[in-house]
Every structure is written in C-alpha cells, then in structure tokens.
Design a protein. Structure first.
Length: 277
C-alpha cells in the first residue's frame, strides 16, 4: 500500500504485473497543505519564523534530515547535528526532541508519544517518520536537502502534516544549485500538486522506471525503443498482444523465434519459471 509508488512499482502496474486497487480520495478530515521551496538565507529565516508562529499558536513542527550524523553522508544536514544547532542557535526557547532509526524501539516509542502528547514543540528526525506517524497537532514540516529525496518519499513525508483541524505548510530546503535542473523539476512538482498519482508519473518520467527483469528501481529501462512514461499507449497495446499470444500458445510452441528471443534476452529464474513452472 503506497501513496506514491516508486518508478519501478508504477511501471510494473502499467505492464500488468501487479493488480491495482485505487483510492483516489483523501481520508476524511485532512487539511490542505501548502508547499514552498526555500533556497536563500532569507527564505530559510522566513521558514524559521513560521515555526515560531505555529508554535506560538500551540502547534508543532517536524524537521526532516537525510542522515543521522555528519559522517553518514557528505554535505547532508544530519539529524543529530541539526538538532544541536537548532536548539543552541535558533530555537533556544523551544522544546526540541530527536528521533532516528538507530534508537532502540522503546526509545523511539517514548519520544513519539512525548511529541504526540505535546511535550515537545519541534521533532528533528530522519525519514523514520515517513510512515506510521500521526500527530494531528503538527502543522509544519521543514525538509533539509529536499533535492536528495525522491518524489515518492517527499510526498510520504509531507503526508505527516495536515492531519488535524488546521491548514499545514511544508517547506523544502533546496541546496542543489541553479544547474541541477532535474532536482528543480522534482521540487517544482511538489509545489504544483499534492496528487500522489500525478507525482508518481512525474517521478517515473524524471528518474526512469529501472529494469523490468532486474532489481534496479529507477534509471534507464531495458527496453530498446520505448520509454514507459512517453509511450504508455504503445506499451498497453503491446501488452494486450502479448497476453493474447500466451493465452493461445502458453509454451510458445508455435512461436519458436519469440521463445528463443526471450531466452537469449532475459535469463534467470523468472524466465525458467515462466516456461517450466
């Protein structure tokens, strides 16, 4: 179950290798979420002022970082370092707690319960909060180094706010630089829509669907002539023809050239299982 499938998952649904049930309505009670991009120092300061405004009205905020410590990933604002900086330099008067995946389950549960119960104003976290976190009083999310996240993950993270009675805001800090057009396109899509289906299609178009008979989840596909994002109608028609051939000739006995092509192009357990069960 996913709000925004990663490119390879989406491609498998298009190929018909996954059956899909679609829920295209927001859960009852969800509030609209405004998304902004912050690239300058002035925009960062404005985001911090928004934190103060929300906390001043009795609400709470998330700050999401891509790594736990500075040594984990170069040039990424790490959760532990960021929590220390925000507490000592920016929000000295606010109650800040830290949450990351290296903590023991009991400690993570204790911190989340404290935050959910209003004992902290600001939760600094890694992507451990991506799913399963429901804090209706949290109305603001700041995402550091948002350019390093995929659209599916950003959409999942953004879904942690807007769950209570108040409109919410998500601020994406972009440090990619003006030359990174792909990152700008991804973050622009986050501003343009909160529709997970549209974001999944955009993620597929930008990152590629990966390989159909392999484990890569994004990147250039193993198709020679088609791109799934641009040639969906052709892929749909080709899939219908392929299913018709296999239904009429399950072992491809009447299509020896096609059988040889499959066996020479795609190797491994999946192909052997297909023809031998």
């Amino acid at each position: 179950m996913t709000a925004t499938p990663i490119p390879r998952t989406l491609s498998l649904t298009y190929y018909g290798d996954l059956d899909v049930s679609i829920l295209d309505e927001m859960p009852p009670g969800r509030q609209p979420i405004t998304t902004r991009i912050a690239r300058s120092a002035a925009e960062r300061r404005a985001a911090y002022e928004l934190v103060r405004e929300e906390v001043g009205q009795g609400r709470q905020a998330f700050v999401v970082c891509a790594a736990i410590d500075e040594g984990n990933r170069l040039e990424v604002r790490a959760a532990e370092k960021e929590a220390e900086r925000l507490q000592t330099e920016v929000f000295t008067d606010l109650r800040i707690v830290l949450l990351h995946g290296r903590m023991r389950p009991a400690e993570k549960d204790r911190i989340m319960e404290a935050f959910r119960g209003g004992e902290a104003d600001l939760l600094i976290a890694t992507t451990v909060i991506e799913v399963g976190v429901d804090v209706p009083n949290a109305t603001l999310m700041l995402v550091e180094n948002a350019e390093r996240f995929g659209l599916a993950q950003l959409h999942q993270l953004r879904g942690r706010i807007g769950r209570g009675e108040h409109p919410s805001t998500c601020v994406l800090f972009d440090e990619s630089g003006p030359e990174n057009e792909e990152a700008h396109a991804r973050l622009g899509a986050m501003i343009r829509t909160t529709d997970g289906f549209e974001l999944a299609d955009e993620d597929l178009r930008l990152r590629g669907e990966g390989t159909l008979f392999d484990i890569r989840q994004s990147g250039m596909p193993d198709l020679k002539l088609a791109r799934l994002a641009e040639d969906l109608d052709m892929v749909t028609r080709a899939r219908a023809r392929a299913f018709a051939i296999v239904d009429a000739d399950p072992g491809l006995d009447q299509h020896p050239e096609l059988l040889d092509l499959l066996r020479t192009t795609y190797r491994g357990e999946a192909i052997e299982w297909l023809f031998h069960g």
